[in-house]
Design a protein around this ligand. Structure first.
Ligand SMILES: [Zn+2]
Length: 121
């Protein structure tokens, strides 16, 4: 008996789930898809993010990052890293989330302006 596929809100959520579950148990609930793959792509490994220094496939992990000058700490941000230590890069989704949160906190740090001051200006 095949299991029912769970619903995921984010790709990170799905990645985390499939890291610990066997897709074979969900086979009957999956849809067939047709894929046309570029001839240069021979394996899923060819789609992986690579280190710009050594060209090794990057690994990923979840990390904490301080934002807005340390006023908040974001947890479980996905980042890619080179196992040879050439660098750490936030996943695009995580970087976008971080920028959005910093933008909101920047707005909140602006002193409110009295309406009369705006009218007088
Ligand atoms: Zn590297």
């Amino acid at each position: 008996m095949s299991k029912k596929l769970p619903m995921f809100q984010t790709r990170e959520e799905a990645a985390e789930y499939w890291a610990t579950h066997d897709t074979a148990e969900y086979w009957d609930d999956m849809e067939d898809v047709d894929l046309k793959v570029h001839p240069r792509i021979k394996s899923p490994r060819d789609l992986s993010r690579r280190c710009p220094v050594c060209d090794d496939v990057l690994l990923f992990r979840y990390a904490e990052r301080d934002a807005a000058g340390g006023r908040v700490t974001l947890h479980r941000l996905m980042e890619f890293y080179c196992r040879q230590g050439h660098g750490v890069w936030l996943a695009p989704e995580a970087a976008k989330e971080l920028r959005a949160i910093e933008a909101v906190l920047d707005l909140r740090s602006v002193e409110p302006v009295l309406v009369e001051e705006l009218v007088a200006a």
